[in-house]
Design a protein around this ligand. Structure first.
Ligand SMILES: *Cc1c(COP(=O)(O)O)cnc(C)c1O
Length: 472
């Protein structure tokens, strides 16, 4: 335990010895939590290669557009481009012939910045701004409307607010009756148990706006935060294509963005050839996907949050400004970006190689299946334990939330999920490469105890001796 007053920054500063004691205690604390950290999409298996240590004595800054060198010479843009090129190949954005047809960058934040950037670019593109592929600005009739499901990450809603973008809930009431949800515009676009959007609802909402000449921004999920389930992206786009039509210089009709925060990092590796694009309904690599983002730190592990953003270059608006101060285009949200992030990702990816990455994906899937099977078995004996089906390709296992002590012990996040028409409080385990079978067995042991799923009476009376007696 560290008390706030021990950390107060004083006139004289702290002695070396005091600082060391505090930092050691803090590290031990955090390391202990790491031993049983199961409930969030963050890989705690952080491998910071010693060959990168010297770079921590520099301020490697990737200032502005990563594809332009600029005048800030201490940068790691070469490494950033190598990372972006790899993801472009993995996500089907690259062609085997020049010139390069994609643009992107490693972000200063995670997928939140990727979603924000996608929405910013989509907004300006659909409002008729000039883009890389069409140099003329055009007049447009209506402002774009953002469509997303209830399983979509909260950063999308926040980004809409930042950008002044209307969601379908905002814009709909002015245009007519809601074609779904018994006419209720305020309700979110519902999802199935897997977290995938209900496609019929999505089609009706998309048609409603397209018929009225409103361009749409469609956010599709490849790996939702709570279930790890995915929208059937290939099927959805193919189905919508006849009403989406084609984007052209004078007719700006749609933007499709894939939020692949977790799954876009690994789902290709679960296939024999990670670079081969299939016609599977759930395939997320479709020629009409205009932008994708992911948070690589969630999957391969990193000492910081970081992200990848990729888009088709011909639609790029971004910021066209070229401040002479940086001698390049100011095309990202954050002016300065951390070069070390790019260097770190390059080091990890080139150490593991495609084969190493594949091994990690397969091991995680194996462990997730193990946990799912064991929990299903346990559910025969634990009357209050419901285990949700594991969506295909997901490394997340959802089950009834246990008591508080277990949730805290294993850092389990919670959410309400509708099961057979009833809202159930669920917890989830996210199986990443720091998760060993031993950790899963520890959790299973705890979940087998008689009181594991009992709501302690102490919710009303948190200080009864009984509560502490139970859960010591
Ligand atoms: C985690 C997550 C994000 C946000 O990523 P950050 O790295 O926290 O910015 C966006 N979308 C989904 C689906 C996520 O799971």
């Amino acid at each position: 335990m560290i008390y706030p007053e021990q950390l107060a920054i004083s006139e004289q500063g702290l002695t070396h010895a005091k600082k060391e004691t505090l930092l050691t205690r803090f590290f031990e604390n955090m390391s202990e939590k790491k031993q049983l950290f199961l409930g969030y999409q963050t890989n705690q298996d952080v491998q910071f290669s010693s060959s990168l240590l010297p770079f921590l004595t520099l301020n490697l800054l990737n200032l502005g557009d990563g594809f332009e060198d600029g005048s800030y010479e201490i940068n790691a843009k070469q490494f950033e481009r190598a990372v972006i090129d790899y993801y472009a190949r993995l996500w089907g954005f690259s062609t085997s012939f020049p010139p390069r047809s994609y643009w992107g960058h490693t972000t200063a934040m995670g997928s939140t910045e990727g979603n924000l950037y996608a929405l910013w670019n989509a907004r300006d593109y659909l409002n008729g701004y000039a883009v890389e592929g069409h140099h003329q600005a055009v007049q447009t009739k209506n402002k774009p409307v953002v469509i997303y499901s209830e399983a979509t990450h909260y950063s999308v809603k926040k980004s809409c607010q930042i950008l002044g973008l209307s969601t379908f809930n905002d814009a709909g009431p002015y245009l007519g009756d809601c074609p779904i949800n018994q006419g209720n515009w305020q309700q979110a676009l519902a999802t199935k148990e897997s977290g995938a959007v209900k496609e019929e609802d999505l089609y009706r909402i998309a048609a409603f706006f397209l018929e009225r000449d409103y361009p749409i921004i469609l956010i599709l999920n490849h790996g939702t935060t709570f279930s790890g389930g995915s929208d059937a992206i290939n099927r959805i786009i193919n189905h919508l294509k006849p009403i989406l039509g084609n984007n052209s210089e004078f007719d700006r009709r749609y933007w499709i963005h894939v939020d692949g925060a977790l799954s876009a990092n690994f789902s290709p590796y679960l296939k024999d050839d990670p670079f081969a694009i299939s016609q599977d309904p759930y395939e997320f690599r479709h020629p009409d996907v205009m932008s994708i983002c992911s948070s690589p730190y969630k999957w391969i592990g990193a000492p910081w949050a970081c992200g990848i953003f990729l888009m088709r270059e011909k639609f790029k608006v971004g910021s066209p400004h070229r401040p002479s101060y940086i001698a390049g285009r100011d095309s990202t949200v954050s002016g300065s970006r951390q070069g070390i992030y790019a260097l770190y990702l390059w080091e990890r990816l080139s150490t593991l190689g495609t084969q190493g990455l594949k091994k990690i994906a397969i091991r995680n899937e194996h462990n997730a299946n193990y946990l799912h099977q064991q929990l299903t078995r346990l559910a025969q004996f634990q009357p209050n334990l419901i285990v949700m089906p594991k969506p295909n390709g997901s490394n997340i296992v959802r089950f009834s939330t246990p008591n508080d002590k277990i949730n805290r012990q294993f850092s389990l996040a919670q959410d309400d999920v509708e099961v057979k028409g009833k809202n159930q409080r669920m917890s989830h385990v996210v199986v990443l490469s720091h998760v060993t079978q031993h950790m899963l067995d520890r959790l299973l042991d705890e979940l087998s105890t008689p009181y594991a799923f009992q709501k302690p009476k102490s919710i009303q009376h948190p200080l009864t001796a009984n509560y502490f007696g139970f859960f010591k």
